[in-house]
Ligand binder design. Structure first.
Ligand SMILES: *Cc1c(COP(=O)(O)O)cnc(C)c1O
Length: 398
C-alpha cells in the first residue's frame, strides 16, 4: 500500500480523470459483451505497480465497485484491500494475489478469503506447512500454466508429473482456477504465437481436470491486449491492467484493435502530471543551463525551474528531447534532467509570467503529451513511465 503522501505544496501532482476511468470500464464491458454467442467474461482488474502509477488506494476507491475480480501482485496489497473494504463498508470482492507468496502470507490471505496463484513446486512445502499448522484453513488457489512465457507456472505437458502432489493436498489447498499469461500479444500484429499458447492452455487445463476430477476451474488468460484482440482468450474472466487507465499495451495493439472492434479507438488516457514552477527567471544570451553545461542560450531566454526530476519518475534519458506544455504551447526541457529539477524554456509561451503551471503528461489547451511520447523520449514503454511515477507524489481524482 502506498504511504499516505506528506503534503508537499510545491511538488508536482498527478490527476486522474474519473470520467475517463468510467468510460474505459464501460468500453471493456460493452465490447466483451458484444462477443457473439459466448457468455460475457467477468471483468478482472490488475492493480499492480501502484495501480499503474495512478495510486492503489485512490484507484481502489474508483474501481472496486465496478470490477468483478481484483488482481494484485503483493500479499500486503490484498490485506490492505480487505482492511479498506471493512473500514468503508464495501462489499467484499474476489481478490487474487498473482505474485509470489510465503506460507505465512498464504495463511493470512486464506483467513481473509483472498486467493493465491500456485505457480511453482514450492507450493508442496507451503501445503505441508499449512497442514502442520492444523488450522483447518483451505487456501483457494489458481494454478498457473506456463504456455510459453517462461515465467511462473507449470508446463502443460508436465502437469501430471509436476503437480502430482496436489490431489493429496486438497485438505489444505483448494484449486479454484487456472491461468496463463501471454508472451507476445503486444509486440506483433499477427497472433500465431498466442494461438499456440491458447492451445497449450486448453491442453493444460484438460490435464488439470484429469488430475482433479470434478473440480470446476475458473479460467483466465487475457491481459489488456489479448482481451482486445483475441475473443477466444477471454474465457471466464479477463485480467485487464493498463487498458483500464486508457493506455495502449503497444502501438501494434492499437493498430490491430480497431480491426477487431472500432470502439477500442475511444480508449481515454486518464492521467495528467502537472507542476507549478519553483521560479521563473531571465537568462541573458550565452548563459549555460544545467549540469555539464549541456545547453547554452542562443538568445535572451526566460526559463521556468520546475521542482520535478528523475527522483519523481521523470526519466533522465529524456534530456534534450523532451518538452512540457505551458499555456497550451510546447516548451523544451533545456539542459539535463536533474534529480529534483528540470528547466524549461518558456520564452515564447509565457514571456511575462512570474509563475507557470507546466503539464508534463496529459493535455493543456490543444496540445497533449502522452505516456507513449514520454516513453519514446526515454527509450522505454508507457508501462514503465507510469509505474515509476513516485509513490510520494500527490494524487487527485478529478
Ligand atoms: C500485468 C499482468 C496483467 C495485466 O497486463 P496489462 O497488459 O497491463 O493489461 C495480467 N496478468 C498478469 C499475470 C500480469 O502480470
Amino acid at each position: 500500500m502506498t504511504p499516505s503522501p506528506i503534503p508537499q505544496p510545491n511538488a508536482s501532482w498527478l490527476e486522474t480523470k474519473r470520467s475517463c476511468l468510467e468510460h474505459n470500464v464501460a468500453l471493456f464491458r460493452q465490447v466483451l459483451k458484444a462477443d457473439g454467442g459466448r457468455a460475457s467474461p467477468r471483468l478482472g482488474g490488475v492493480l499492480k505497480g501502484n495501480a499503474y502509477g495512478h495510486g492503489f488506494e485512490p484507484m481502489l476507491a474508483e474501481l472496486h465497485s465496478v470490477l468483478d475480480v481484483i488482481y494484485v501482485i503483493m500479499a500486503a496489497d490484498a490485506l490492505a484491500l480487505r482492511a479498506l473494504e471493512a473500514e468503508r463498508g464495501w462489499a467484499r470482492r474476489q481478490v487474487v494475489v498473482i505474485g509470489a507468496v510465503t506460507a505465512a502470507e498464504v495463511r493470512a490471505l486464506a483467513e481473509r478469503g483472498v486467493q493465491c496463484v500456485l505457480g511453482d513446486p514450492s507450493w508442496e512445502r507451503i501445503g505441508l506447512e499449512l497442514r502442520a499448522q492444523g488450522s483447518g484453513l483451505r487456501a483457494q488457489v489458481h494454478v498457473h500454466l506456463d504456455t510459453g512465457l517462461g515465467r511462473e507456472g507449470f508446463r502443460p505437458e508436465a502437469v501430471a508429473r509436476d503437480l502430482a502432489f496436489l490431489p493429496g493436498m486438497l485438505d489444505v489447498l483448494e484449486p479454484v482456477g487456472a491461468l496463463t499469461h501471454f508472451a507476445n500479444t503486444e509486440d506483433v500484429t499477427e497472433q500465431n504465437y498466442a494461438q499456440g499458447q491458447l492451445a497449450a492452455f486448453d491442453a493444460g487445463v484438460a490435464e488439470l481436470q484429469k488430475l482433479l476430477p470434478g473440480l470446476p476451474l475458473e479460467r483466465h488468460a487475457a491481459a489488456s491486449a489479448a482481451a482486445m484482440l483475441l475473443p477466444e482468450a477471454r474465457y471466464e474472466v479477463v485480467r485487464v491492467g493498463i487498458g483500464l487507465f486508457g493506455l495502449w499495451p503497444s502501438n501494434e495493439t492499437r493498430i490491430s484493435a480497431r480491426l477487431v472492434h472500432p470502439d477500442w479507438n475511444s480508449l481515454q488516457p486518464a492521467l495528467s502530471w502537472r507542476c507549478r514552477s519553483q521560479l521563473v527567471k531571465s537568462l541573458p544570451a550565452g548563459s549555460y543551463i544545467g549540469y555539464g553545461c549541456s545547453f547554452r542560450c542562443e538568445r535572451d531566454t526566460t526559463v521556468a525551474v520546475l521542482p520535478v526530476g528523475y527522483f519523481d519518475g521523470y526519466p533522465r534519458l529524456t534530456s534534450a528531447r523532451a518538452h512540457v506544455l505551458v499555456n497550451g504551447r510546447r516548451c523544451p526541457v533545456v539542459g539535463r534532467v536533474m534529480m529534483n529539477h528540470i528547466i524549461v524554456d518558456i520564452t515564447l509561451a509565457a514571456p511575462q509570467a512570474s509563475e507557470v503551471v507546466a503539464t508534463l503528461l496529459g493535455e493543456d489547451g490543444g496540445e497533449s503529451i502522452s505516456a507513449e511520447t514520454l516513453a519514446a523520449w526515454a527509450q522505454t514503454i508507457n508501462y514503465e513511465i507510469v509505474t515509476r511515477l513516485g509513490a510520494h507524489l500527490r494524487r487527485k481524482v478529478i
